[in-house]
Unconditional design. Sequence first.
Length: 307
Amino acid sequence: MPARPVVSVVIIFLNPGPFLEEAIESVRRQTFRDWELLLVDDGSGDGSSEVARQAADAEPHRIRYLEHEEHANRGMSASRNLGCLRARGAYITFLDADDMLRPEALETLLSTLRTAPRAAMAYGPVEYWYSWAGERAARADFVQRLGVAAPALLEPPSLLLRFLRRLAAAPSGMLVRAEVIREVRGFEDAFRGMYEDQAFCAKVCLRRPVVTTAKCVYRYRQHPGSSSSRADRSGEPDFGRTAFLQWLGGYLGREGNEDLTVRDALRRELWWARHPRLHGLVRRARRLRRKLTGRLRPRRSPRPARA
C-alpha cells in the first residue's frame, strides 16, 4: 500500500455531466502533489460513474472510486461521510463535482492551516464563476466578500455568529483536520442537500478556532442545474434555512451548549425565518436607507491649497 497522503480530496457527485472531468483535472493540476482523490458516486445514471472509474483505473495509487451499496442515492451528507471514512490523509477538503480548485488551492490552504496549530480548518473567499459559459455568461465573475478578517484566527463561536446573522459567508472550499471531522462525527445525514455544509461548519465552529486566508482558491460554477439555482427557482425564500435553524437548536440542546450569544442569535434568526415576508420588507427598507444615506451625505469641501 502506498504511503499515506497528506491531503485527501473528496468529490461527491450525482449526474454532474461533463463537469466531473474538469473537477478531477483541477485536482491533478495542484502545485501541492501529496494528495489522494476520492470520487464518491451518489447513484449517478448519466455516465459519470464510468468517468470516475476510468480516472481511478488510470491512477489507482492516488484516485479511488466509491459508491453506496447497490449504487444507492443517499444524499450529500452521507456521501461526504463515506469519503471521510475512507480518506487516509491528515487533512481533508471537499470539492463539488461541478466546481474547480485553482492550482495553488491545496498549497495555500495547507500552509494557512499549519500556521495555526489550534485551528480546526482553513478557508478563504470563493469565486462566483460565470465566465465558464463564455458568451452565454449571465454576468461577470466576482469573488465573494468573506465578512470576517483575513488572514485571521477566529475563536469560537465568533464565525458561527457571523454566518448565522448573515454578516459573513459560511465557510466553503475548506481544508479540515481529519481528527476534527471524527471529533464532530462528520456531516449530518439528515441534510441530503442544502445546508449540509452549514450544519457541519456549525459543529466545528462551536468547538474550535478557524483560520482564514484572503486568497481565493475555489471556483464556484454558476449554472441552472446547481442545487443553489434549483433552490432559488423553488420560490421559497431562504429554501431550507428553517430546517437548518431548527436542527441547530436541537444540536445545542443535545450538546449541552448554554452559550447565550449563540442561543439569542438562533432565536432571532428563527423568528425571521418563520416570517419571511416581513423579513424581506425589512431587508429592502434597510438597503433603501443605506442607498439614500449615501446620496444625502454632504460632500466635504476641498481643502485650500497650501501657499
